[in-house]
Design a protein around this ligand. Sequence first.
Ligand code: NAG
Ligand code: NAG
Ligand code: NAG
Ligand code: NAG
Length: 208
Amino acid sequence: MNINKGKEWWMGASHFQMELANIAKCLLLGVVILWIQIHGNKGCFEEERLALLDFKAFVGSNGFDTDHLLPSWIDDTTSNCCEWERVICNSTTGHVTELLLNNTRQYNIESSSFYNDENSWCVNLSMFQQLKELKTFNLSYNHFDCSIDNQGCERLSKLKKLEVLDLAWNKFNNIILPSFGALISLKTLILSCNRMEGSFPIQGMFDL
Ligand SMILES: *[C@@H]1O[C@H](CO)[C@@H](O)[C@H](O)[C@H]1NC(C)=O
Ligand SMILES: *[C@@H]1O[C@H](CO)[C@@H](O)[C@H](O)[C@H]1NC(C)=O
Ligand SMILES: *[C@@H]1O[C@H](CO)[C@@H](O)[C@H](O)[C@H]1NC(C)=O
Ligand SMILES: *[C@@H]1O[C@H](CO)[C@@H](O)[C@H](O)[C@H]1NC(C)=O
């Protein structure tokens, strides 16, 4: 008799454990759904955050003080990249839609030292390919010197939503032109003060 009672108690306990496990599962699901909702509203997708941090690392690797230039771009998963300076997200989708990387080094563009700047640095544009919802991209006033090869320009073709691309005041040359053909949403392309050669319209622009 005692043994049977013990068995009943044990079966009751295991039933209780199963209930607990079910409750735990529901709770976990709830937490996941909540996390997705908060994450979705807050914005900042992991692949976009990492792409931006790649750019910060690139700036740092060229000897510039990124704590001063991009202070809010913190490598911390709790840091919302939609709140970083120079970054604008769509508040509904949480995707980065605008990136204002104009004059990254914050030079005084009124001074002649900016125009005489001989610091050579070239950005590998493929680091931005994850920003698939990007609409406006301002890379002007950076003196990017990318005449050796096309440095990932072809990867820009992944930016199917890109409407405005400002590359003024860099040292890009004609090599990058064919890459723009794949930017199907592009409406405004600013290439002034680069190293384009030849008479207008330059060969390669025809594909736009
Ligand atoms: C944000 O994205 C939604 C959904 O794609 C779109 O309807 C809305 O116009 C966008 N908002 C802005 C400010 O671009
Ligand atoms: C970048 O350009 C925007 C206008 O598009 C301007 O408001 C901002 O001050 C510029 N940033 C720098 C560092 O020049
Ligand atoms: C890009 O930024 C520069 C300032 O650094 C500004 O003059 C220019 O208008 C911006 N381009 C666009 C398309 O807004
Ligand atoms: C640019 O970056 C991509 C991806 O990281 C890499 O495959 C490519 O070789 C790089 N291009 C150059 C010219 O360094």
